[in-house]
Design a protein around this ligand. Structure first.
Ligand SMILES: [Zn+2]
Length: 153
């Protein structure tokens, strides 16, 4: 499995999540696609970006989507799944004048985006069309992702 370390702003590990990279039915192997240490609380991933960003921050619906945005030079954090945004996370993003929300183009993603937009008046939902951030990047490269930002201006 791919190990996804959650680090604090100083690079100290807070927890690790695991993503199975096999194309199989994970339930048949008694694990999920994503696996979390038992009793661990949902955390924001990549919080070093909060301390490096200027007045804009991006938030994605998964760790790998966040990795793509970071690769493209954006300062991004991730919730580990559509249902993993918690009200207490709001305070971490409250200081930014713009919060771009990259929910997947599906029902869970729409709910993820609208939940954050309800809680943060600085939040704006990005309109992904092709797929999630990773799929959009794989289909059209950096331009396909970054052009969505230009759309919003
Ligand atoms: Zn598996």
């Amino acid at each position: 499995m791919l190990a996804i370390p959650y680090l604090d702003k100083g690079g100290k590990p807070l927890t690790i999540r695991f993503r199975c990279l096999q194309e199989h039915n994970h339930r048949d192997f008694f694990h999920g696609k994503y696996n979390t240490i038992k009793d661990d609380i949902p955390r924001m991933y990549g919080i070093d970006a909060i301390h490096q960003a200027g007045d804009t921050i991006d938030i994605t619906e998964g760790e790998l989507d966040r990795a793509i945005l970071r690769k493209l030079g954006l300062f991004a954090v991730a919730a580990p799944g559509a249902n993993m945004w918690q009200g207490r996370h709001r305070r971490m993003l409250a200081g930014f004048s713009k919060v771009r929300v990259w929910g997947d183009p599906d029902e869970a993603g729409a709910e993820f985006s609208s939940k954050i937009c309800r809680q943060l008046r600085t939040a704006q939902a990005m309109r992904l069309r092709v797929g999630d951030v990773t799929e959009t990047y794989l289909a059209g490269g950096a331009e396909a992702v970054l052009s969505l930002i230009d759309d919003e201006v």
